[in-house]
Ligand binder design. Structure first.
Ligand SMILES: Cc1cc2nc3c(=O)[nH]c(=O)nc-3n(C[C@H](O)[C@H](O)[C@H](O)COP(=O)(O)OP(=O)(O)OC[C@H]3O[C@@H](n4cnc5c(N)ncnc54)[C@H](O)[C@@H]3O)c2cc1C
Length: 297
């Protein structure tokens, strides 16, 4: 038996073909860097090629692979408004090689961008019912495009409730624009509530983990779709709490992060049991992943 035939027999055909393999590495220019918290900044990018810029579209919840030349590549969610894909924001916490190298770059510098990748938030599926968005810490970045989408198509949802938690007021993302953005949300009849673990003396909103906001949110489990994003342990607690309140695990969606390398279902670094976070996710119905999440065990 030839080696090729042996390999063919050993390796089952993939359930679905690798996604987005053809997506090229594009050049993006950093237009502006907005510091959010002591370790997190938002990078506003435009694709350098005008034709690619005009073609680029993304869905809320999708991510790009950003390359710092000579350093490497990291998966980063798109945090801006999908109605304006010509201006792309990525909100990045400096934790390792690539994200720290990004921190040394500024306006006018160029980086690489592949994307957009991944399964987005189920915005269409949620239409007609209530939308509950629960974000903890950096988790506000991947749900922010969903908030923009819901604001722009407000009549497609009944209630839109946005619950945001952070360690302290200084850790709230988009704080500089929050008064404006918060007001914009309220003007469009989004119900917004904030909570922090450690308040300052003049903090006017809630105190405690984000799930303490659930009681005041008047959740109607049968008609609600939840988008939950934050540290894995927070997503597990929030999702379990929503299940206890009567929500089906399949109507609760979480955004999972795993070490990602190729982004196209080839390398296996991001596998979560049988699932590939890069292309089956990063957004999953909680019911699909609950058995594979460490914090859920
Ligand atoms: C779908 C998806 C979306 C994401 N969206 C965002 C986003 O919007 N914003 C964001 O900031 N991040 C996001 N991430 C996470 C980001 O991709 C990771 O933090 C990525 O690893 C950062 O790359 P890096 O090279 O800077 O860090 P790495 O060098 O890969 O380090 C990552 C982590 O591993 C630790 N580490 C590194 N080397 C070692 C070592 N030798 N031993 C032990 N620990 C080590 C670091 O301390 C750090 O905590 C996302 C991830 C996924 C999968």
């Amino acid at each position: 038996m030839s080696a090729a035939i042996a390999m063919e027999r050993l390796e089952p055909a993939p359930e679905r073909p690798p996604a987005d393999v053809g997506l090229p590495l594009r050049v993006a220019t950093i237009r502006r860097v907005v510091p959010e918290t002591p370790d997190t900044s938002t990078y506003w990018l435009t694709l350098a090629d005008p034709a690619e810029r005009a073609r680029f579209r993304f869905e809320p919840g999708q991510f790009d692979m950003l390359t710092v030349p000579g350093v490497g590549e990291s998966a980063i969610s798109i945090s801006s408004d999908p109605a304006h894909p010509e201006r792309l924001a990525h909100t990045v916490r400096a934790v390792g090689r690539v994200t720290r190298a990004l921190g040394a770059l500024g306006s006018g510098d160029r980086i690489g961008l592949r994307g957009p990748f991944g399964r987005p938030w189920p915005m269409a599926e949620a239409e007609g019912g209530d939308l509950l968005i629960v974000a903890g810490g950096l988790g506000l970045a991947p749900v922010r495009p969903a908030i923009f989408r819901a604001m722009r198509a407000r009549d497609r949802y009944r209630r839109v409730v946005v619950l945001i938690g952070a360690r302290g007021p200084e850790h709230l993302l988009f704080g500089g624009e929050f008064d404006g953005w918060g007001q914009w949300m309220r003007d469009r009849e989004l119900e917004v509530a904030l909570s922090v673990d450690v308040p300052t003396d003049d903090w006017p909103y809630g105190v405690g983990v984000v799930t303490t906001l659930f009681d005041g949110a008047r959740i109607e489990p049968q008609r609600t779709t939840a988008l939950v994003c934050g540290p894995e342990i927070m997503m597990c607690f929030a999702a379990h709490d929503l299940v206890v309140r009567g929500m089906s695990p399949d109507r609760i969606h979480v955004c999972i992060e795993r070490n990602m390398q190729c982004g196209v279902r080839l390398c296996g670094h991001c596998q979560l049991g049988p699932l590939f976070v890069c292309s089956d996710g990063p957004v999953f119905p909680f019911g699909e992943v609950v058995d594979h999440l460490e914090a859920g065990r």
